[in-house]
Design a protein around this ligand. Structure first.
Ligand SMILES: O=C(O)CCC(=O)/C=C/C=C(\O)C(=O)O
Ligand SMILES: [Fe+2]
Length: 313
């Protein structure tokens, strides 16, 4: 087994509310290098830890973690629609392995995934089907959340499974860093929004367009005094990146979900996917060496935007 890791932010606002051209060029150059790394590594399997934003998972049955044996992209914002090339039997083996190692995980034989999973796949591989993939969705958007120590444990078990494979495996984490887009909360929501959060699958094109327009409008004022959303927090982001660089993963066990939401924004919890990915790498090979490829707070994208890479020492 050989293993590599990439963790990066995603943003539904790419192409819809862009920052200055020099910032886009900078990010494009970083992503082009990451894509070239992936091409050179030529993974035989991608395990992607990703969040969902009320496109595949709703409160009618909201799992803390779910592994998909088949997945289809809803094609929200500017992302590609259609099926992902999920390795069904291997995903099932992984689900059994996780359960056998005392971590509970849900299973979907037909999961809808959104930009939170597909944007990174597209950016790093050019399509949804280039390589075999196993998506693992970690609830990062719909409270209550499992504690960070459970995410680390999930990642460890996935890493132990990867260590049993005779394959080149790319582990991805997508989402974060600090940010707070206008994702509704069930607590206190008006009835129509509550109904959507409980069972809003397959919205009409008009409903999806209205939803996306709200996100674009939020991006236009994010980080100004007109915005009610928690602003980006570069200090929090840098401290989190430093923790990963130093392989101090057990520090996440002390993370307070409430404090992070207040300090860095509610969607900062998408970094749970990074925690799982780094824990998987650390467990697969007993240590890693990581690098920060990029960081910049980008208000137009509602993203403390970061990219990291890592591999065994
Ligand atoms: O209901 C909605 O559409 C809420 C908006 C939304 O889903 C935004 C998602 C934003 C990100 O993925 C992000 O910033 O990580
Ligand atoms: Fe997201």
């Amino acid at each position: 087994m050989t293993i590599k890791l990439k963790c990066l932010s995603h943003t539904p606002l790419r192409g819809l509310n862009d920052p200055a051209p020099d910032v886009i060029a900078e990010v494009d150059a970083v992503l082009a290098r990451a894509r070239a790394d992936v091409e050179a590594f030529d993974p035989e399997l991608i395990v992607i830890f990703a969040p969902d934003h009320y496109n595949g998972l709703f409160y009618d049955l909201m799992p803390p973690f779910v592994i998909a044996t088949a997945a289809v992209s809803v094609g929200d914002y500017m992302t590609l629609p259609g099926p992902l090339s999920v390795e069904r039997d291997l995903a099932l083996d992984l689900a059994r392995f996780i359960l056998d190692h005392d971590v509970d995980i849900s299973l979907s034989h037909r999961l809808q995934v959104d930009h939170g999973c597909t944007q990174t796949l597209e950016e790093l591989t050019g399509s949804l089907t280039r390589y075999p993939v196993i998506p693992i969705i970690i609830n990062s958007v719909a409270p209550p959340f499992a504690p960070y120590r459970r995410i680390r444990r999930l990642g460890e078990v996935v890493g132990q499974f990867i260590a049993t494979l005779d394959k080149r495996v790319l582990v991805l984490g997508t989402g974060g860093l600090s940010h707070e887009p206008p994702v509704p909360l069930l607590e206190g929501a008006p009835e129509a929004i509550g109904e959507f959060l409980i069972c809003g699958r397959n919205p009409t094109p008009e409903a999806r367009a209205a939803r996306q327009a709200r996100t674009v409008a939020a991006g236009k004022i994010y980080g100004t005094e007109l915005s009610a959303q928690t602003p980006l927090n570069a200090e929090w982001d840098q401290a989190f990146i430093a923790l990963l660089l130093d392989a101090r993963l057990d520090a996440v066990d002390d993370f307070s979900i409430e404090e992070i939401s207040k300090e860095a924004g509610r969607s900062t919890h998408e970094v749970r996917t990074w925690v799982a990915a780094f824990a998987a790498l650390a467990a697969a090979r007993g240590g890693y060496s990581a690098q920060r490829d990029y960081y910049r707070p980008i208000n137009e994208w509602i993203a403390g935007y970061g990219v990291m890479s890592a591999e065994p020492r």
